[in-house]
Design a protein around this ligand. Structure first.
Ligand code: ZN
Length: 234
């Protein structure tokens, strides 16, 4: 296959290349589909990665009357499952291929232990029980911006410093359609803003301090001479 591709490439300069190009395009599609067959339909049981068009869409509101439908119940169940599986502290429906306005947040005790008391104090990280917001609406409560590193499961392996408002108010609906609201400060407010951005097709790299972008394993990559395996599912 590889040899065939090389031969076709040679023909691209001449006037006959258009004919070759079209058959080459067909070949490429066939070759790609061979190795990358269509996978399961969303909701995915993995987190999709940047490049997936859904991550750049403006998500639609959930029709509240449909909250009890099997389709929406399944989306909510899968989203929560993926969040747990990835040990994510925040997740949004577009990240499992569903362009609907749903976000989930949870800061477990283990994260606080992982970061340690000093970092938690600086970044205002406090344990936060699980929360779901369907059709969330956010209002900024404290316009002071904080600068801290942020990562995203949809951009595996990288992080950057991102400015975020210090405090926000968010309101939306719970699983059963009852209204819910919350004042989030510090790290929790950062997560809310990050997930709200996902619902509008925004990614943290759109607003990051660009020179702070890093591959998190860069040291390990040097130590192991590049022989590092990155999995896109845990
Ligand atoms: Zn994210």
């Amino acid at each position: 296959m590889f040899r065939y591709m090389k031969i076709l490439n040679k023909n691209f300069s001449g006037p006959t290349s258009v004919r070759y190009l079209s058959s080459f395009e067909k070949f490429k599609r066939w070759y790609r589909d061979l190795w990358y067959p269509k996978g399961p339909a969303p909701p995915f049981k993995h987190v999709s990665q940047l490049g997936d068009p859904t991550l750049r869409l403006k998500s639609s509101e959930v029709v509240l009357d449909e909250l009890s439908s099997e389709r929406i119940k399944n989306i909510l169940l899968v989203l929560r499952g993926v969040m747990k599986h990835y040990k994510a502290i925040g997740i949004s429906a577009p990240q499992i291929g569903i362009p609907l306005r749903i976000i989930m947040i949870e800061i477990p005790d283990s994260l606080v232990e992982k970061f340690g008391p000093e970092t938690c104090k600086t970044r205002e990280i406090v344990p936060t029980p699980f929360k779901v917001f369907i059709n969330p609406v956010m209002q900024v409560k404290d316009f002071k911006k904080t600068l801290f590193p942020e990562a995203c499961e949809s951009l595996k392996g990288i992080s950057a410093i991102v400015p975020r408002y210090r405090a926000v108010h968010v309101k939306g609906y719970e699983y059963d359609g009852s209204p819910t609201e919350w004042d989030a400060t510090g790290w929790a407010a950062r997560i809310v803003q990050h997930e709200m951005d996902h619902l509008d097709g925004q990614i943290y790299t759109d607003i990051m301090e660009s020179k702070s972008l890093q591959v998190d394993l860069w040291k390990k990559i040097n130590v192991h001479q590049g022989k590092i395996l990155i999995k896109y599912n845990k």
